[in-house]
Design a protein. Structure first.
Length: 178
């Protein structure tokens, strides 16, 4: 404590650190790994283990979430891109690398295209995760789901960057689609 702060404290002047009362930051992000509705429950359970960050809302259809946290306390002096990267690192570790955080889609949703691909042989959650991850890594895939119950993979894509044919080619190459 500086000599001036000490003197002010002795004089009865209350010194308040404004950072101690900072409002939490609310940030919307995309959530990687949110490929089926039951994964939302898994995601919520992970955030219960991470008290510094609150999961406010989940939009499964867009694979988006709203997070609330004190950015200055959690990641002091980090720029917004670094905050997203650090949130991603922490969520990936907490989830054994099955969830992640990405920036929001830059393309308006009305400019994206939804595609469906019938897939046989997805018989468990792990198989769905594998098919989802193959497609989710493709540049231009903004959201994706995979369902072994329905035998279908859906993806919301930026048609300027990818096509249904490219997604099918990746799935065929990996032996998921015949």
């Amino acid at each position: 404590m500086s000599i001036w702060k000490s003197l002010l404290c002795l004089a009865g002047v209350l010194i308040v650190d404004p950072a101690a009362y900072a409002e939490p930051t609310t940030t919307k992000v995309r959530i990687a790994g949110l490929f089926s509705p039951d994964r939302e429950k898994d995601l919520r359970e992970l955030f219960e283990e991470w008290p510094e960050v609150k999961l406010v809302r989940v939009d499964f259809a867009r694979s988006e979430a709203e997070l609330s946290f004190d950015s200055e306390k959690l990641y002091p002096k980090a720029n917004p891109a670094d905050v997203i990267a650090r949130l991603n690192d922490q969520l990936r570790k907490l989830s054994n690398y099955t969830f992640g955080v990405k920036p929001l889609c830059a393309v308006p949703w009305d400019k994206l295209t939804r595609v469906e691909i019938a897939i046989a042989g997805l018989d468990c959650k792990a198989c769905c995760l594998a098919a989802y991850e193959m497609v989710a890594k493709i540049d231009g895939v903004e959201a994706a789901t995979a369902s072994f119950r329905d035998g279908r993979l859906t993806a919301t894509i930026d048609p300027a960057k990818t096509t249904k044919a490219k997604l099918e080619a990746v799935l065929k190459e990996r032996g998921v689609l015949k």
